[in-house]
Structure formats: C-alpha cells, structure tokens
Design a protein around this ligand. Structure first.
Ligand code: 48H
Length: 251
C-alpha cells in the first residue's frame, strides 16, 4: 500500500474519465436536483453525460431544505419521479408530501452516478462554444481558479446538447444573452409557489439552438416566480429536459 501508488491511481483514473468526457452527448452545468435528475434520465438511455458542479458537494439548494430546516415538500404530481429515486415520502395534507432533504439529494445523486453520469465537482462552466448559431460545447475551469482570481485559461468540452441547470442565476443563459444578444433572461419574480411550479414545465425548453434550461434557471430566464422549498417541479423539470435533449440528439 504505497502512497505514490494511491496518488497514481487517483490521477490516472480521473484523467482517463476527464479525457473520455471531453466529447459528450450532454454537458450539464450545475449539479443541483434538476441537473442531476436530467443526468440520470439521459444516462439511463445510454448517453454520455458530464455534470459540471462548481461546489465541492453536488446537490445545490436541496440539502438545505427551507431556511435550513432540512426537509422538503413535494406535490402529488412529482410522486412517481421521487419514488424512482428511492425518496421516502410522508403524506402531509392538500396533496403535499414531505421528504428528508438529505435522503432526497443523496438518492438522486447516487442514482445519477450509478446510471453512468459523471459528476465533475469543483469545476465551473464559465463560457460556451458557439458555432454557426448553435451552442456546441462548454468552457470549463477549476472553481479554485475562480475563487483565487487566478489568470488561468480554461479548457473546452464538446457537447451534442448543453443544459443550464445553474439555479437562480441561470449563468449559462446569461452568458449566451451577453454574447449573442439573441436570448433574453428576464429574471425570476417574487415567490408564488403554485404559479412558479406550474410555469416551470413550460419554461423547461430549448432556449437557444443546442442550449436547454431546467429547474430554477428556467423560471429565471422566463421571468416566472420562485416557489420556495417545494421541489416537485425541479424533479419534473429535470426529467422533461432529458426528454427534450434526447429528442434533439436523435434528430
Ligand atoms: C457549474 C454551477 C454554475 C456554473 C451554478 O440552485 P440549484 O439547486 O438548482 P436547481 O434548479 O436544480 O434547484 C433549485 C432549488 O435548489 C432552489 O433553489 C429552489 C427550489 N428555490 C426556490 C426559491 O424560491 O428559492 O443547483 C444549481 C447548482 C449549484 O450546485 C451551483 O453550485 C451550480 O449549479 N452552479 N456549476 N458552473 N457556472 N453556476
């Protein structure tokens, strides 16, 4: 059990995975619940999926529940998707269920990775590649570079489809807005749970050729309300995005 062999094992296998994910079917920016759910459904269909998550731990806002009370609420419509990830639902009232936020995000993350999606944590998406009016890849860099404000040039990943699952800031869409002028990010509106959850389905779509948006980012782009710590829409949005991306890739 030699230390340098342990180091070699880590570096060699990680590098192999990174190289093999330089050309993917789907590059997902953001490893929150919606991005990971999408990654799971795409990987289940045999697609090559890379999730780039800027933080140390995947999960986004889900493990924090609502204001750090780490339970979440889901609605009836999302029950079957939640159950697919092994999330234990407790019936509350009015068609609502509660779940343990840590169990929920652990189940989603575990199943996405087991299905074959590769999560590259500590790597952020800082730009996209655009060819002839279509997003064809993402530009990535270590989060540590960003935090330390170092001048280190990024690397690029080719992708058949790109998903903005970066949450409230809809970062990838904002980049495309800024650089092309042909996508408008309206910004999310104040909290209205029912309206926000309903709007999410329609807002989950291809917003620019090759670029899809899901989760909180979808409502931010469309100018729809936020919804608070109800997560059913996030799961359904991730699943819908996977279906749309799959269709695009098969065309
Ligand atoms: C790589 C990035 C980048 C980047 C950000 O915020 P999330 O949990 O997003 P969703 O949409 O899956 O879930 C939203 C939900 O958590 C939420 O906030 C709700 C329901 N709010 C309602 C309300 O009213 O407040 O996850 C996004 C992830 C995070 O882990 C970020 O670290 C990551 O994306 N991320 N990763 N490159 N440029 N930007």
């Amino acid at each position: 059990m030699e230390e340098h062999i342990i180091s070699k094992a880590i570096i060699e296998t990680y590098t192999e995975q990174l190289i093999s994910h330089l050309d993917v079917d789907a590059a997902i920016a953001g490893g929150g619940p919606s991005g990971l759910v999408c990654a799971y459904y795409l990987a289940c269909r045999g697609l090559k999926v890379a999730v780039f998550e800027r933080h140390l731990k995947p999960g986004g806002g889900m493990p924090a529940g609502g204001m750090m009370f780490n339970n979440i609420v889901l609605q009836d419509e999302a029950r079957s998707v939640a159950e697919e990830f092994g999330i234990t639902l407790k019936e509350y009232s009015g068609g609502l269920y509660t779940a343990d936020a840590v169990e929920a995000i652990s189940g989603i993350t575990f199943k996405a990775v087991k299905a074959g999606a590769k999560v590259f944590n500590l790597i952020g998406v800082e730009d996209v590649v655009i060819r002839e009016g279509r997003v064809t890849g993402v530009v990535v860099n270590w989060s540590a570079v960003d935090i330390a404000k170092l001048h280190v040039d990024p690397l690029a990943v080719r992708a058949g489809t790109v998903l903005d699952a970066t949450g409230h800031d809809s970062e990838v869409c904002r980049i495309v807005e800024k650089k092309t002028g042909s996508l408008k990010v309206a910004g999310e509106k104040s909290m209205w749970a029912e309206k926000g959850e309903k709007a999410l389905d329609e807002n989950t779509r291809e917003v620019y050729p090759g670029l899809f948006v899901c989760g909180m980012a979808a409502n931010a782009v469309a100018g729809s309300p936020r919804m608070g710590a109800i997560f059913g829409g996030m799961l359904l949005s991730g699943k819908k995005a996977a279906g749309l991306m799959l269709k695009k890739l098969r065309r």
